[in-house]
Design a protein around this ligand. Structure first.
Ligand code: CMP
Length: 138
């Protein structure tokens, strides 16, 4: 079925100049852009977005990193969007990501891993709504 996922191009990939290449990979793979913005998270915003990871040892560093510079946020649509997007971006740790995946090509480390992708339809809607109102979706 056609459904939606949510992504961020993280501060590492933005500062390394990969916005254009990553958006090209995403649209070339058949994802339609439903919403798009360039913004920077405060530490409070990043903490709320990643609240599900609050008890993890990497949470503090993740929040600091994700608020360290501007990001791109987007809602994407495609058949089987959540699963296909996770295949396109590759494993969380770029050292384990398959050849040709976005993380293999552009990520620096497990934390500075270039992109985020939602892990379920439910989280895609929650995460998309964190950034976008109805009048920002097309
Ligand atoms: P993301 O898909 O955005 O969701 C949570 C993020 O936490 C993940 O990408 C990584 O950037 C980060 N993360 C996950 N596991 C680790 C880890 N073991 N060490 C540091 N960061 C991690």
């Amino acid at each position: 079925a056609t459904n939606r996922t949510f992504t961020m191009i993280k501060p590492d990939a933005v500062s390394n100049g990969h916005i254009g290449a990553i958006l090209n990979d995403i649209t070339s793979a058949g994802f339609k852009i439903i919403a798009l913005k360039y913004t920077q998270l405060t530490e409070e915003n990043a903490g709320a977005f990643y609240a599900v990871h609050k008890e993890r040892p990497f949470y503090g560093d993740l929040v600091t990193f994700m608020s360290s510079g501007p990001i791109i946020a987007a809602i994407l649509e495609k058949d089987n969007a959540v699963e296909d997007f996770r295949k396109l971006i590759g494993a969380t740790n770029p050292a384990e990501a398959a050849k040709g995946t976005i993380r293999k090509k552009y990520a620096e480390s497990i934390e500075a891993n270039a992109v985020h992708g939602s892990d379920s339809d439910e989280n895609a809607e929650i995460e998309g709504s964190f950034f976008f109102s109805q009048i920002e979706r097309f």
